[in-house]
Design a binder for this molecule. Structure first.
Ligand code: NAG
Ligand code: NAG
Length: 446
């Protein structure tokens, strides 16, 4: 797996750099920031960014972000409020207060009648205005008949393994929950091998996660899992995949709606389907972490405990790395090019363990970029389909081999055929013109 993943990373990095550079060129008229050229990858090894703390990975020179582009998100720096909100990395930003504080949980029952849903392109970071965001590929998220529908279609370009792959999306809450109960009524989209439907609670930093996943290999089985401190850049061989649970449901989850619930408490996690407990995990029975928890004076446990967002998503696990494909089922059926897979959410009910202690004004005083202008902002990499792990920010078995988003006209693979075609067209036009002139001159002189 590891070599495959390396190849995937090199490819992803190269695309990200290509993308970032072209973004750079197209926005430099407006952007007063980041005019230094981005490093060009010399050898693949040099292009692999080291995901260290204190290094905003793809920013020229690395380190923490500069004052004029203070917020670090997904390895890029910008003063766009989107960069300073959800996912903003305080330690890699200009100042820790460059990032808006995490908006804390509030109880909601969302029946998707008129959800306050922003796309990743328009979200301004304000959790008082929006409850949910689409993290990438906003086109595949719609609200219809009071259902949230997240669909996956065949991507325009093959993945880093050279195989056709679906491109889905992820919808996340704008607020972070630390313990609580989340119940959602869902119809999965996992009616082909490879299609993964996910309902999870996750943060990128420090990388805790609790999940429900249904994979197309067997849509009658609910998979449950939890992870402790597995940030997006963690090498897969260091990730503990040993907490998976599987529960046969004797019903096809892709045919009907069912209630899925995660009850996440300081001392235990319960997973329920249609109000029946299918799994429990006690904190005191999880593995030990190193060190002592100063709050309790006891040994730390490898138990998810940090504030996290609730996410729904669908992604293609059948066409990427071998491990993921085996787990999700393979190959994903893309025999019909207009095939669509769709996860639907009828409602989500969130009951916070710590409700109502969030910041009351927005933007919160003293946080965010020191100067906020009206844009347009320099937003490198933000709308990449960074399908890291379970498509976007969902986390799962191995990386899914999803690549960065590159518009077709920037796709290096299309440059050569496009160039050849243009060359051919010139030759044809030229030849016609020469023939026409010869004829003309013959007429004149004969
Ligand atoms: C863990 O805690 C639960 C109740 O909170 C208890 O029933 C169980 O016996 C405990 N397990 C261990 C190994 O102490
Ligand atoms: C919310 O309150 C709980 C309990 O008092 C506390 O542990 C937590 O840190 C608070 N969160 C925020 C964001 O204030």
């Amino acid at each position: 797996m590891a070599p495959f993943q390396k190849i995937g990373r090199v490819f992803l990095t190269t695309l990200l750099l290509v993308q970032a550079q072209s973004e750079h060129a197209t926005t430099s008229l407006f952007a007063t920031v980041n005019l230094a050229p981005l490093p060009v990858p010399i050898a693949p090894a040099a292009a692999i960014p080291k995901p260290l703390k204190g290094s905003c990975r793809y920013h020229p020179g690395g380190g923490t972000c500069p004052e004029h582009a203070p917020c670090c998100l997904n390895g890029y720096c910008s003063d766009d409020p989107r960069y300073c909100s959800t996912g903003c990395e305080p330690k890699n930003s200009w100042k820790e207060s460059s990032c808006f504080p995490q908006a804390f949980c509030s109880n909601i029952h969302e029946d998707f009648n008129q959800p306050r849903l922003a796309s990743s392109k328009t979200f301004n970071g304000n959790p008082y205005q929006f409850d949910f965001t689409t993290d990438y590929n906003a086109e595949s998220v719609i609200v219809q008949n009071s259902k949230l529908k997240i669909s996956m279609k065949l991507d325009r370009i093959p993945n880093s393994y050279g195989r056709p792959q679906g491109l889905g999306s992820v919808v996340s809450t704008t607020r972070f929950m630390q313990y609580g109960k989340v119940k959602a009524r869902i119809k999965t989209g996992s009616n082909s091998p490879g299609v993964v439907s996910a309902f999870i609670i996750r943060n990128e930093d420090p990388g805790d996660e609790i999940d429900f996943e249904v994979v197309g290999r067997d849509p009658t089985e609910a998979q449950t899992n939890f992870y402790y401190r597995t940030p997006p850049d963690m090498p897969t061989d260091l990730i503990d995949y040993g907490n998976t649970g599987k529960q046969p449901l004797s019903t096809n989850t892709a045919l009907d709606f069912h209630d899925y619930e995660i009850e996440w408490m300081p001392e235990y996690i319960l997973w329920k389907v249609d109000d029946k407990v299918i799994r429990h995990v006690f904190r005191n029975e999880t593995k030990d972490d190193v060190g002592i928890d100063p709050a309790t004076g006891q040994t730390r446990k490898r138990y998810p405990s940090s504030p996290a967002r609730i996410q729904f998503g669908i992604w293609d696990g059948g066409q990427g790395s071998e491990g993921t494909a085996t787990w999700a089922g393979t190959p994903t059926d893309w025999s019909k090019p207009d095939q669509t897979y769709e996860i639907q959410v009828d409602y989500v009910d969130i009951k916070c363990y710590y409700p109502g202690n969030e910041t009351q004004t927005w933007p919160p005083a003293g946080y965010g970029p020191t100067k906020i202008h009206d844009g347009p902002y320099f937003t490198p990499g933000l709308d990449n389909r960074n399908g890291h792990d379970a498509g976007g920010s969902l986390h799962n078995e191995q990386e899914s081999g999803v690549h960065a988003y590159v518009p077709f006209y920037k796709n290096p693979k299309l440059m050569i055929p496009a160039g050849c075609l243009m060359g051919l067209a010139l030759v044809v036009v030229g030849t016609i013109e020469v023939v026409r002139r010869r004829r003309l001159s013959k007429v004149r002189w004969s």
